[in-house]
Design a protein around this ligand. Structure first.
Ligand SMILES: [Mg+2]
Length: 226
């Protein structure tokens, strides 16, 4: 049976929207509680370099991000205030978190026809909580979480771990060129870029997907019912 490897965040789940809501909630919380140094840092995007540059970040959860940012930008903030900010962030995130439109129907359609796997970056606790809330884990034969296996999707091995071996064809569907498409190309899969969310902007890169779509609905053309 052919295998389709899916990415989770901003491919099947609307993480971009939930992150924006959580960032906004954190901003107003810090403003209300007078952490003006952090408000300024958020506005000016100071102390956020670590978000884009380090592989570790792909293994982190939201508490790690927020705590890292706060300790960097406002070293005097007491631990219980940091914890409160992290809890508020999580709550705002999950209140807005859900599947991308059509994701459930697509997985239900593909599930009998293909072996499905999920390869996702993030901390084990955080990604498992997302899956629990979305209820989509039963669609997948295998789920590889970076924080659990100890390496991110910058490593080809994360994609190989999702295979059962002996597949005729493998497909990788994801929104991010540097992880999903690069990794998919590296293992010889047919790669499908879903251009949406955080990484939808044009970038200079030599990583090229086999197919580009802008919505999950277009995947019915890529994986027809025969
Ligand atoms: Mg993604």
């Amino acid at each position: 049976m052919d295998t389709i490897i899916f990415d989770l965040d901003d491919t099947l789940a609307d993480t971009y929207r939930a992150t924006k809501k959580a960032n906004r909630a954190l901003f107003f919380h810090l403003l209300r509680t007078g952490r003006l140094r952090l408000v300024k840092a958020l506005l000016l995007r100071e102390h956020t370099d670590f978000l884009m540059s380090r592989e570790d970040i792909l293994l982190y959860d939201s508490h790690d991000f927020i705590a890292h940012f706060i300790r960097d930008a406002d070293p005097g903030m007491p631990q219980e205030r940091i914890d409160a900010a992290c809890t508020l962030y999580d709550r705002a995130f999950f209140s807005a978190f859900g599947l991308v439109e059509g994701a459930w129907d697509l997985l239900a359609f593909l599930n009998p026809r293909y072996r499905l796997a999920l390869v996702t970056d993030g901390a084990k606790r955080w990604q498992e909580e997302k899956l629990r809330r979305l209820g989509i884990a039963p669609f997948f034969d295998r789920i590889i979480i970076s924080g659990e296996v100890g390496s991110s999707k910058l490593n080809d091995e994360n994609f190989r771990m999702a295979l059962e071996g002996g597949e005729d064809r493998v497909f990788v569907v994801g929104d991010r060129l540097e992880t999903d498409i690069r990794g998919g190309n590296a293992i010889g899969a047919t790669t499908i870029l879903v251009r949406r969310g955080t990484f939808a902007y044009d970038r200079e890169t030599d990583i090229v997907p086999d197919v580009t779509v802008t919505s999950l609905a277009e995947l019915y053309r890529v994986f027809p019912a025969e």
